[in-house]
Design a protein around this ligand. Sequence first.
Ligand code: CA
Length: 328
Amino acid sequence: MDSATAIWEGGRVRVRVCAATDVGLHRALNEDRYATWIPSDPEELSRRGVLLVVADGMGGARGGEVASRMVVEGVVRSYRESAGGAPAEALRAALAAANRAIHRESMARSELAGMGTTCTAAALLGDELVLAHVGDSRAYLVRNGAIRQLTHDHSFVGQLVREGQLTPEQARSDPRRNVVTRGVGIGGEVEIDLERPAERLAPGDTLLLCTDGLHGLAGDAEIAAVASGRDLERACGDLVALANARGGIDNVTVILARIESPGDGPGASTGATVAGTARASGGSKLARVPGGSPARLRGLMILAFVLALLGLLAAIAWRLAQRRANAI
Ligand code: CA
């Protein structure tokens, strides 16, 4: 399992982000991909927020892997480079650009023909949320143990559930459950759903993004129960474990973003102002930008003390060596 954690603390809220992806128990390749981007520049952070992206690739050969990597990397890059405009429009434009790039690539390379991917992207702007979405990966809001799906699945069974012809439980075992009706990169243009949930995020809320490797095997209530766990990193790992315990027939990817009150709980030592970076599974490293928190300063003072102590010991050893040399 590949996973990452980052924390961002702004004026009103603190966001703790954990992500994990796993190949599952039956597939040879992991065609899921995720990325998180927490701007280190405060101006960029207030303008663009914290970006979370999950993708589930599809296509022969290595097409699925290529498409999901291209969409998460492309969306993060375009979104962070977008100069103006509202976050929602920037997010839509980022997905549209990734769609064109993936489609071009699939036309240019015969081994990638027909590749495509889902993409669910969330921008957290303080206590507001903007979502851009294509396919059957999902975003959920978990609040006080209750769960609400924030995205509509662009899938055949998703449509039947909306029409009341299938229950969500029946959809999970329906043989047509893998048929998506919209994908990024499949055509030259793609229709992108933009969602702006009305509710303001509050401390204790958990935003959950996942691929169907999780929601196709576990019900909403059990996902909510695990995602509500106090320890977010453990919750992330437990959701992956839940999918694998249910057979692990697919790749599984989860991003959890927990809203906390500023100064809350453990982890404040990672930086009071901003922490984090862009991170793609199997890609770039998680970096943290130093902040000026008391805990960080305490850490630096301890480090300085240890270094001074080592210096002192080295000086004593050197003096002893000199004395021995002089005695000889
Ligand atoms: Ca999948």
